[in-house]
Design a protein around this ligand. Structure first.
Ligand SMILES: O=c1ccn([C@@H]2O[C@H](COP(=O)(O)OP(=O)(O)O[C@H]3O[C@H](CO)[C@@H](O)[C@H](O)[C@H]3O)[C@@H](O)[C@H]2O)c(=O)[nH]1
Ligand SMILES: [Mn+2]
Length: 696
């Protein structure tokens, strides 16, 4: 039994496994029907339909791994050892571009990290500035100054919303009012802090007004600065690694690896929290919650990371684009958690430094041999690894200036050349989704992970609420996952011998989602054209075989419906998710695989598309109303529009034919499919029409 946490296997397990069996049998019937038909009278239409259904079946099968043993977890931080006995923790925040990531917003994240409920002398906050922008350095100085007053204030009143922006916004109103009732001095203090916060924001904005201060410097030396080292608040360090036009930049993975080394020299906390610059800490107790796994005698040995869900503060009730990724952060991650643990999502994850450093949970001395080849030539950094391994306590008697100098050396862009950094080790650069691949490779090396989904979201970020931004992010993800699938680390070849089969299925699923596009194009064209021509592609409604198709449709739809309702969603969510799933599978599938193939053949340079965290007001309003807004996304929409037109034309043309010929029996399967798609895509149609009228 674990001491600090509990695991609950979700109810209805037997039922859902029975359903898996039932659905599989139905699938086998369908394949039997198709293949025996093809053998009797071969036709292209049937061959294509069969291929599509095989793909749907394959991906469905992989997906069942997520349903095999979903668990949810609870923690008991009150049982943890006293503050004095807690291990040190380093927090990494990454940012690049003040244009897309407003500095004030980044500083909210930094302040919320500094204000984490954790002993100050055990906490260090590192901000990586990949843009090398003066405004970011200026911003963190201001933020650290403000934090010196903000942190004591939060501690005094036991405030939960420690991101100042959130606290002073309507979101923090309940908490403010409660505190007001309890304390007389609170009001005055709060007003004072609010004024100081406003001044901080104003200063940063003013400083950033000069374009010179907020533009990215592409050619620059490393710059590391200790922003705060007084003990009332945690250590705060600004890190801008060296960047040269002719040396690969390695993006966020590179930034994290640099932080790993730099922080190793300064604070060397055995645990590390990574947050994106827009993902502020919404619950100061998340660190202690995570420690419940790392410090538990039973689970401490092989847990590499504790993942919290990525949740967002800027979603509307309807969330038509499913920007929250509901399915991923509820069903999928909890399903993986019951196997060997969720994937790494890149933000809101606590990692164990030793998992990143050592080859496996059972082989913790990998650094001793060939240390320089593996870790680069900084002996000071290699020394720091001994502390992680528990061989000796790390000496901090070296003078600050010497450490600073060494830190700049390990933050140089040539440091990793001819070393292990970024391959399978530390944060990996195998694909641009450093988080996904790093988590996957950790699992390949035998580490576990764990997922915690508490009631109060621990981290809140900014999701793309603009269709175009969402699609850019989607294409980035699909193309990179596709590349992982065909790389030497593919779950089909590499993972299969290293990860237990069911868990590996989940990774197979992630890297195969581009395949949906083939199935969707077939299902979006063939039944339609055949409907127009009067050729049936499904069995007659009176034939027993029709039941097989009907069962499969109802079975998968009700599986989805139950999942949505179970997670507190509504019928509307269920309906809307089907639409956006098709849209995303088509856009992600086509543009993701094209981009992946181009990258694979070197036609397209690998480039990290940074998500924009500022949304135009007008677009946001439309999103809030639950209306599709395709502005700027004409290219991404084109295949979808094509399929939509085919569907509509064939639907009405076919109906005309149907009423004349009256062969309902033969055509009812297709009639249903086309009608369903037409109803589902109606809001998209609306979006396209309003987009057109604006252009004119
Ligand atoms: O060269 C770069 C590019 C990005 N970033 C930072 O990386 C984070 C994530 O970038 P973003 O554009 O917001 O990516 P998203 O697609 O929104 O993020 C998801 O996908 C990424 C790729 O896997 C993960 O890194 C993120 O944690 C995850 O939230 C941000 O803080 C950026 O500032 C850098 O530090 N250096
Ligand atoms: Mn993001």
């Amino acid at each position: 039994m674990a001491t600090f946490h509990t695991e609950t296997v979700q109810s209805g397990l037997a039922l859902s496994r029975l359903h898996i069996l039932f659905h599989s049998v139905a699938l086998l019937f369908l394949y039997y029907y198709r293949i025996s038909h093809i053998l009797l009278e071969p036709s292209f239409v049937w061959i294509f339909m069969t291929i599509a259904e095989l793909i749907f079946g394959e991906l469905w099968l992989f997906k069942q791994a997520f349903r095999w043993r979903p668990v949810s977890r609870a923690v008991m931080p009150e049982k943890l050892p006293s503050d004095g006995k807690l291990p040190a923790l380093d927090i990494f925040v990454c940012t690049v571009d003040p244009e897309k990531e407003p500095t004030v917003q980044v500083m909210d994240t930094v302040i919320s990290a500094i204000a984490m409920d954790y002993p100050s002398n055990k906490l260090a906050v590192y901000l990586s500035d990949d843009g090398g922008c003066p405004v970011t350095l200026y911003g963190i100085r201001e933020a650290s100054r403000f934090a010196k007053e903000w942190v004591p204030f939060c501690r005094k009143y036991g405030i939960n919303s420690r991101c100042p922006k959130a606290f002073f916004s309507p979101m923090g109103e309940d908490e403010r009012e409660l505190l007001l009732l309890r304390n007389h001095e609170f009001l005055a203090e709060q007003e004072q802090l609010k004024a100081k916060y406003n001044i901080m924001q104003k200063n940063i904005d003013e400083f950033g007004r000069d374009p010179k201060n907020r533009s990215i410097v592409f050619d620059r030396p490393a710059r590391i600065e200790i922003i705060n080292e007084q003990s009332e608040i945690p250590l705060v360090v600004y890190v801008s690694r060296e960047r040269r036009p002719n040396v690969p930049h390695t993006y966020k993975g590179g930034a994290l690896n640099t932080l790993l080394r730099v922080s190793g020299l300064f604070s060397n906390g055995p645990y590390v929290l990574v947050v994106d610059c827009d993902m502020y800490c919404n619950d100061p107790s998340s660190a202690k919650q995570a420690m419940c796994f790392f410090l538990d005698p039973e689970t401490s040995k092989d847990i590499a990371f504790v993942q919290f869900p990525q949740m967002f503060h800027n979603l509307s009730m309807k969330d038509i684009y499913d920007s929250q990724h509901r399915h991923a952060f509820t069903t999928m991650w909890q399903g993986m958690d019951g196997l060997r643990g969720p994937g790494l999502s890149g933000s809101g994850n606590y990692l164990s430094r030793s998992a990143l450093i050592f080859p496996s949970p059972y082989e913790k001395d990998g650094y001793e041999h060939n240390a320089q080849n593996k870790f680069g030539n900084s002996t000071m950094y290699i020394e720091s690894l001994k502390a992680i391994q528990g061989q000796q306590t790390y000496k901090t008697s070296i003078s600050r200036n010497v450490i600073l100098q060494e830190a700049e050396a390990v933050a140089s862009c040539s440091y990793e050349i001819d070393t292990n950094w970024g391959n399978e080790a530390r944060f990996s650069y195998v694909i641009l989704l450093e988080s996904t691949v790093t988590g996957y490779l950790l699992h390949c090396r035998g580490w576990r992970s764990t997922y915690l989904y508490p009631k109060r979201p621990c981290f809140l970020g900014c999701a793309p609420t603009d269709f175009m931004e969402g699609m850019l992010q989607l294409v980035k993800w699909s193309s990179e996952l596709f590349l992982l699938g065909i790389s030497k680390y593919s779950p089909f070849t590499y993972g299969i011998s290293r990860i237990p089969i069911l868990h590996n299925f989940t990774f197979c699923y992630f890297t195969s989602t581009c395949q949906y596009i083939v199935a969707l194009i077939v299902y979006g064209i063939i039944p339609q054209v055949c409907f127009l021509k009067g050729t049936p592609v499904f069995p007659k409604v009176t034939e027993p075989w029709f039941v097989v198709f009907a069962i499969l449709y109802v079975s998968s739809q009700s599986q989805h419906l139950i999942e949505v309702l179970y997670g507190g969603g509504s019928l509307g969510t269920w309906w809307d998710e089907q639409r956006i799933w098709i849209v995303k599978s088509i856009v992600g599938g086509i543009f993701g695989s094209i981009l992946a193939i181009k990258k694979r053949f070197g036609l397209n340079k690998a480039k990290f598309i940074l998500s924009n965290k500022v949304v135009a007001k007008e677009k946001f309003e439309k999103y809030e109303q639950g209306k599709f807004e395709f502005e700027g996304a004409a290219l991404f929409m084109s295949p979808l529009v094509g399929l939509l037109i085919v569907n509509i034309l064939c639907f009405f043309g076919g109906l005309w034919r149907l009423f004349n010929v009256k062969d309902f029996e033969k055509m009812s399967g297709q009639l249903f499919l086309l009608g369903y798609l037409a109803a589902l895509s109606y809001p998209i149609f609306e979006g396209i029409i309003t987009m057109k009228s604006k252009v004119q």
